[in-house]
Design a protein around this ligand. Sequence first.
Ligand SMILES: [Fe+2]
Length: 270
Amino acid sequence: MNPIHSPQPFHIPLNRRRLLLSLALATAGFWTRGALAEMLTLTPRQTEGPFYPDHLPLDTDNDLIVVNDSLTPAVGEITYLSGRVLGPDGAPVRGATLEIWQCDNNGAYIHTHSFNAGKRDANFQGYGRFLTAGSGEYLFRTIKPVPYSGRCPHIHAKVRMNGAELLTTQLYIKGNPQNENDGVYHGIRDTKARDSVTVDFLPLPGAKTGELSAKWDIVLGTTPPDSDPHDRHEVTAERRGGGPGGDGLGGSRRPPPPPNGVDSSPRPPR
Ligand SMILES: [Fe+2]
C-alpha cells in the first residue's frame, strides 16, 4: 500500500504502515517546482547489467527489508530511499512504475547466475517497485548498497510507463571511494549527469536505530503523456494482484511479468 496516496487495502502489519506513512508525510512538500527548475539535470541512462531478477520475488512491494510478513529483516544498513519522478521541465510524472533492484549485504542478487548466490540473504527482497501518483513521489525501504565483484556500491533503477521502458539507470553513494575506480560510473562523462545519480546516504533525522535517508529525483528526458492509472491495463492488473503498482506496499502476490520480459542470459558483470 502506497502510504502517500493509495486507497487500496493494506496487506502489511500496522506498525510498518505507520512507519512508512510518517516518513512519507515528512518528505511531502520537500520539493518545489520552482526550486527544481534551476537545477534539473536529465538522469543519465546506464546499463541494466546482468542481474535484473530472472525470477521476481513473491513480494515486490517497496519495503525490501521485509519479505511478506516475515519477522526477520534483511541484514544491512536500513535506508529510506525517496524522491520524485519528474519530466524534463520538473513536472511530476504520474503513473510511472519505478523498479529498483540491488544485491544483498553479501553481494548476491535475485538472479540464478549472481555472484555469491549461495550466500544470498533470504530475508532481503532484492527488488521492489512503486507506482507514482500525482506528486511523482516514490519511497522505498531498502539497504545501503554494498560493493560486489568489480563494482562500487549501486542500486539499479528502471522507469516504466504505459508498457514502455523510459529509463534504466543506477544510483551511487556520494563520497564512496570505490566510485573512482568504477568503469560504469565513469562511463557517465558529463560531471553534472554523474552527480545527478550520486547522492548522500545520511542519518535519518530522529531515527533511533541508525536508519539512513537518501533522496534522489529522477528526471526523464521526455514528458510522458499524462495518463489516468485507472485506465491502463498494466496498473489495473498490478492492483488486482495486490502488488506493486499504486500500493507499493502490498505486493505479496506474483505480479504479471514485465512488459518487455526478463533477459536471464548471463552477461559480463556491470
Ligand atoms: Fe549491479
